[in-house]
Design a protein around this ligand. Sequence first.
Ligand code: ZN
Length: 312
Amino acid sequence: MMASQGFEERVRTACFAAIRQRQAVHGEVLPVEVIREPVVVDGEAVAPFLLQRGIHKPRQLDAALAVTTTPPKQGVDAPYQDHFGADGMFRYHYRDPGSTTARSRSQADADNEAVRHAQRRSLPLVYWYGVVPGRYRPFYPAYVIADHPETREFSLDLTELGARHLDDLAADAPSRAYRAEIVRSRMHQARFREAVMRAYQHCCAICRLRRAELVEAAHIIGDADGGEPVVTNGMALCKLHHAAFDRHILGVRPDLRIAIREDILAEVDGPMLLHGLQGFHGQQLGVMPRQRRDRPSAEFLERRWEQFRAAG
Ligand SMILES: [Zn+2]
């Protein structure tokens, strides 16, 4: 069927709104069960995501609605190594036929054509970045900005800045590298967060709070100080303890004991200060990753401890 331009757009608007709402509840990275829940537009149920296909064009549409990269499976890379091109844009590989049959070739061609269709009509889509098996970080609105038949790839703009931004992208070459860096960093941070949360079983390392919505992945050596998004540079901390750690109100000694800054220890206030901060002074961390290779690096802890002492 030929979908009207209006319908193509309404589906996209509805999908983006649904994803935004689901992220407000579940966080930035969404589980498969949450994202495959259909969105209803003009009485039609449209799935915003399809697990088995890299390129997703719902039957009611002419243009692709979503493209997906599979998460790496325990040390094995995804079937396509997606990367950034010389233009600074994220490169998404064409769908290859699953076999040599004519049917399989024509399915692959139709899927690739659906992506070109989105490009020609400047229709935004969702790029689902596989973080870990079963969990995806959506980038939207994503735009298809170029087709590279020689390498069988599409260039996607994943900066989430919207259509108006496409003209400056063409004009503004130096900032393209910077924009690629933003996208790459979002991808790395998503993987970092998942790895840290998993290693600490979704609990705050200080107080053991296990409410996932209130627990974050903290950097031991901050981004700005060259700290890398790797699990040995991370700790899961609840929002209070993350903020206290970042502001050097709370420190972690290299022997994994918690320290509260001296002036904070002397303060008198209500139960939150008493139990939430002062009470942890001198205690051992509440949670440590079971796997030794996931534990905080001694070198990063030393460096961070020096920063804490300098702040006190
Ligand atoms: Zn906590």
